[in-house]
Ligand binder design. Structure first.
Ligand code: ADP
Length: 412
């Protein structure tokens, strides 16, 4: 048996001269689950339709079990590959069992009645999708999620080797999405190879083994989900920055899009002195206001550090519970010197991070503009017996500007 179930070479396709797929290459092994992700209009549906032989091949080769797909007869092909479309038919008014049994069409001889094998296949399809409960019900009366399961059952009744699905979960709520994904995983365990288009990268990260990123008709990335599902690659694909977490049960990554509104850049970099998670709202405000940022010195694993890393901001961090080293200090000085402004976040001061205020003082003396907030003088922030507040006051005395609100920096 050929190990590769499907291989696609240099697939190129155009609709009346407009090229929508260009040089698409990938191979897929039997029994795997591939998720296709890409922005709207990147050619995902076109690719799926080419794989399903719903569109004619123009350039390139698609092989299935080692044979070019168009060399299969229609009936042979319909026994190998089934497709579930994005749009669920809404006007069908038939008992679900009949809808599902339609999947047997490639196996029926003309005018022949369904036989035992057909019945067994329909039964199996209904069991896999838990749709036997709707067998007698009218398809048109089912909810969206139930209809989708019936459509998958119909495709399964074809007993396909390869199941193609175009956004099978896009119209479903979270519970029904999970139901569909669990069905697909069970099918994969039965040995069916699955290719699905999913607009939610998290679905691919959680459920698929392979991912294909399509952008502008080209394969941007193809590989195992471990290789491909990374926030920097997703940012490249979807032009959205993501924060990456680890799912506590599956231990797979999942991604939260950052809802930062992009503003025109002001061409000003601000070095943030923060820590203890106090920097987070300021990071957001500065970025939304169009500033670039650098951060430090913060302690490693501090949530300010984590956010800076997630946002890929330049950050200097020091080992937890350790005094700031000379190396960190030099690094922070280097970053801050590249910035136009320094902003001291109202944060907690202890012996460990007091050196950040020395840093600010040095920068101030070098002519850097340094800003702090009046609330930063609150004694509740000071765990140094007043030394931190004294240093803040000295900074103000030497020309650091004390603001009531950070927004004053961009409302001027
Ligand atoms: P996706 O599934 O990634 O949204 P599609 O494959 O549906 O992308 O579409 C890719 C491009 O091809 C889009 O620009 C779309 O407008 C165009 N397109 C899709 N179907 C047709 C068609 N039947 N005729 C002409 N252009 C089409």
């Amino acid at each position: 048996m050929v190990k590769e179930l499907l291989s696609v070479h240099h697939l190129t396709f155009a609709y009346s001269g407009d090229c929508v797929l260009q040089g698409v290459d990938f191979t897929l092994h039997r029994g795997t689950f591939l998720g296709i992700v890409g922005p709207n209009g990147s050619g995902k549906t076109t690719l799926l339709h080419l794989l399903a032989r719903l569109l004619p091949l123009q350039e390139g080769i698609i092989c299935f079990e080692g044979k070019e797909i168009w060399r299969y007869s229609h009936t042979e092909w319909a026994k190998k590959v089934a497709i579930v479309f994005q749009e669920i038919p809404t006007r069908v008014s038939l008992p679900c069992q009949e809808v599902i049994a339609m999947g047997r069409f490639p196996y029926l001889r003309r005018f022949a009645r369904e036989g035992e094998e057909d019945e067994r296949a329909v039964q199996w399809a209904m069991e896999m999708t838990e749709t036997w409960q709707f067998a007698e019900r009218d398809f048109g009366e089912l909810s969206g999620g139930e209809k989708q399961r019936v459509m998958i059952a119909r495709a399964l009744a074809q007993k396909p080797t390869l199941l193609l699905l175009d956004e099978p979960t896009s119209h479903l709520d979270v519970l029904h999405q999970l139901e569909v994904m669990q069905i697909l995983r069970a099918l994969q365990r039965e040995g069916i190879t699955i290719i699905g288009i999913f607009h939610d990268p998290n679905v691919v990260a959680q459920w698929c083994q392979y991912a294909l990123f399509l952008k502008g008709g080209r394969v941007l990335r193809f590989g195992t989900t471990e290789e491909v599902m990374r926030k920097e690659y997703l940012a490249e694909l979807l032009e959205v920055e993501f924060i990456e977490h680890t799912h506590p049960l599956s231990l797979r990554p999942f991604f939260t899009p950052l809802e930062l509104r992009k503003r025109p850049s002001r061409g000003i970099t601000v070095h943030l002195i923060c820590g203890g998670g106090r920097g987070i709202p300021f990071v957001r405000k500065f970025l939304e206001a169009g500033f670039s940022l650098s951060v430090g010195i913060v302690n490693r694993f501090d949530s300010d550090e984590e956010l800076a890393i997630q946002l890929r901001l330049p950050v200097v961090s020091e080992k937890p519970f350790s005094p700031f080293s000379e190396e960190s200090l030099h690094h922070a000085l280097h970053l801050a010197r590249k910035a136009q402004w320094v902003f001291i976040v109202p944060t907690y001061w202890g012996r460990g991070n007091l050196l950040n205020l020395e840093l600010a003082r040095l920068l101030l003396l070098e002519g850097k503009r340094v800003f702090l907030l009046r609330e930063g003088f609150d004694p509740r922030f000071d765990y140094t017996g007043g030394e931190a507040r004294k240093k803040l006051a000295e900074l103000a005395h030497h020309g650091a500007q004390v603001l009531e609100r950070v927004e004053e920096l961009w409302e001027k």
